[in-house]
Write a protein that binds this ligand. Structure first.
Ligand SMILES: [Zn+2]
Length: 400
């Protein structure tokens, strides 16, 4: 029965074929046969089947390199994925094609503390508007990232410290019901790591860490090309590693967590203190003008040569570096990518983090360890969310 399972790969071979087209672009039947280790006849049959499913199609002759011309195969150009990346203070919503290239995207302000009904209504409204504007009737799937721990298998968020009202909220099922397509839910850090893996600086990395420094701090762990989530899905929750016995109280209720020192909220608090005490004339001036300060204002003050702001970034980067140095010894990654809103503070923060990691870790672990800033910006979350759902759609349909 045609289209009975429309929009999902039916076999491992189809799934692998689709993943190659997603990650490499159009390929000839010969190239696909090489990559999958099967005959061209088998590829031709699979492509016909994938055509029935609305997933892939033949797009004409491939450029000849002598010998017989081969037929070029590409993903169906009508494929659209929805990517929703929700942060603590704003969200990015976008549409991608089958290769996860962003077709349309928008970023809007939204406060995670207004609760799941309000925030998800905003996200779905944005998604529907984008789909309408682009003439997309049906998305093949949607990926969603939220800024807190997620029960990946149940598709719900779990007792998030900065997200009152979200505990147990069925985000995945709510979005699936509204958009009528399969949905994957994960935490925002894993989603950003997936984005880096697909089209960011981590494209060729098999084992890397993606560290998000925003309102919260978290770490996406990619092992041999796959996200590592841990038994309960909270692997990489490094923001709540204790860096000092008697530190400030954290949103999680403990004291001395990394996040309580180096997260966006902690930096904003430090900036206010520096402005009010007169230690930072630039921050005091910004406070007088705006009535409030955020972590980004520290970046402005740094660019204007404010010594106190430079000091704040050093201290923050130092603590992040301390934790990362331990992770380097433990995990021996091939790359560390730093992303998130606070990376607007950019190179001063990066320099401090790098310094600590290179000083504290063994030379063997850091001899070939680039530590770089993410270059993807807001699109990273959209691409990552789309990649997550594409991994599920371009996977064998198991009837579940
Ligand atoms: Zn904490």
């Amino acid at each position: 029965m045609r289209h009975s399972l429309a929009g999902r790969a039916e076999s491992l071979m189809q799934a692998r074929l689709l993943a190659h087209l997603r990650d490499e672009g159009p390929l000839s039947r010969v190239q696909l046969a090489d990559r999958l280790g099967v005959s061209r006849t088998t590829i031709a049959a699979e492509v016909t089947r994938l055509g029935d499913l609305g997933l892939a199609q033949e797009v004409g002759p491939a450029a000849s390199r002598g010998g017989r011309r081969s037929t070029l195969v590409d993903l169906d150009p009508a494929i659209r994925f929805v990517g929703i990346s929700i942060g603590a203070t704003g969200m990015s919503v976008g549409l991608t094609d089958g290769r996860l290239q962003v077709v349309a995207t928008r970023t809007v302000a939204s406060d995670i503390r207004s609760g799941p009904e309000v925030v998800m209504a905003t996200a779905l409204e944005q998604a529907r508007e984008l789909m309408q504007a682009e003439g997309v009737e049906h998305a093949l799937g949607a990926g969603v990232g939220v800024p807190g721990p997620v029960d990946f298998h149940r598709g719900v968020s779990v007792s998030p410290p900065i997200m009152p009202g979200w505990d147990g909220y069925p985000v995945r099922d709510a979005v699936a019901r509204e958009l009528g397509c399969p949905v994957v839910l994960d935490n925002d850090v894993n989603v950003l790591a997936a984005g880096e893996q697909h089209s960011g600086v981590a494209r060729s990395a098999r084992d890397f860490l993606f560290v998000k420094i925003g309102t919260g701090i978290g770490c996406g762990i990619v092992v041999d090309g796959e996200l590592y989530r841990g038994v309960d899905g909270c692997a990489g929750d490094i923001g709540h590693i204790r860096v000092e016995e008697f530190g400030p109280t954290c949103a999680c209720g403990n004291t001395g967590c990394l996040e309580a020192f180096s997260g966006g909220a902690a930096l904003a608090r430090e900036a206010l203190a520096a402005a009010r005490s007169g230690r930072s004339p630039v921050l005091a001036e910004l406070l007088a003008k705006k009535g409030d300060l955020s972590a980004a204002d520290i970046g402005i003050a740094v660019s204007r040569g404010d010594a106190q702001a430079v000091q704040l970034i050093r201290e923050s980067g130092h603590r992040v570096g301390q934790v990362l140095a331990s992770l380097v010894s433990f995990f021996n990654p091939g790359l560390i990518v730093i992303g998130g809103r606070v990376t607007g503070l950019g190179h001063a923060l990066l320099a401090e983090i790098r310094g600590v990691i290179y000083r504290r870790s063994l030379p063997l672990a850091t001899g070939n360890l680039p530590i770089v800033l993410s270059e993807l910006g807001e699109e990273g979350g959209v691409i990552g969310a789309a990649r997550m759902i594409s991994g599920s759609v371009y996977a064998p349909y198991d009837g579940s």
